[in-house]
Design a protein around this ligand. Sequence first.
Ligand code: SF4
Length: 343
Amino acid sequence: MTGPGGRDGTGAAAGPLLDVRDLHVEFRTREGVAKAVNGVDYSVDAGETLAVLGESGSGKSVTAQAVMGILDSPPGFVTQGEVLFQGRDLLKLGPEERRKVRGAKMAMIFQDALSSLNPVLNVGEQLGEMFRVHRGMGRKEARAKAVELMERVRIPAAAERVKQYPHQFSGGMRQRVMIAMAMALEPDLIIADEPTTALDVTVQAQVMDLLAELQREFNMGLILITHDLGVVADVADKIAVMYAGRIVERAPVHDIYRAPAHPYTKGLLDSIPRVDQKGQELYAIKGLPPNLLHIPSGCAFHPRCPMAQAVCRTDVPPLYQVSRDRASACHFWKETLGESVDD
Ligand code: SF4
């Protein structure tokens, strides 16, 4: 029998691997209630990559933490919604069941490998622990698996380096160790939160290529969280752009690059450095992301939006269906698309 997110007898996908529905998360602080996630819907199939894009404070990482069940609570609380993973609502599971799903079926890769790895254990011990705890392997067998994994993520001289400590690895190699840890139990879903932000451009590309290759090989769902539209073009199937805790645009990756349907997405695209603009000043979206304790009225982006009109200050834009697989939360999405509007 095949459940949702798996494959049926015909090889067709039986439903989304992960289906997040109307998720709300708030942080109860002394200053007030910060509405960090305000009704997020997204889904990922097996073998698919969803890039979740937005500036810091947009809610992209908080959504991922709620999905993984690692939200810092208190002060963070999921107040509404569903996180359906292989058909089961994870928000209804107890802490122990949740931990089991997280260990065996979902894994997360963080930006800062150095602080995510234990500095006093060598990488072989840390990788091996995954197999000892979750697969009941002995020390020797677990060590051999650790070497195998390190080779799989192309860490040179793995048999030697397995005895080294995290600080003895370069940033790129440490990120490969993190990927190896995430891959250890062959999860169905990986969430990578800014996995290459701390790396230089060449190493960034190598790490992204490796992630994409492993994802294809193991037919995993991948959620790639980033603030940088530049890194997702070659690896993502679809993109969800977040602003002030909402998805403001959702589209297949090529549609977004061809013509964004939301002024915020357009601003993010215009902020990508381009070779043919060398020497020119880089475009930046004016202003700052909103304070989540006081989200602006109407469209939360209106104080920064070059296309804002009076209605934007009063009316919250719904997520308008632009086409079958595309949506934009902008009253003026047609104007934003310009000549590319499909009649
Ligand atoms: Fe800009 Fe108005 Fe669209 Fe918001 S609804 S993105 S303020 S044009």
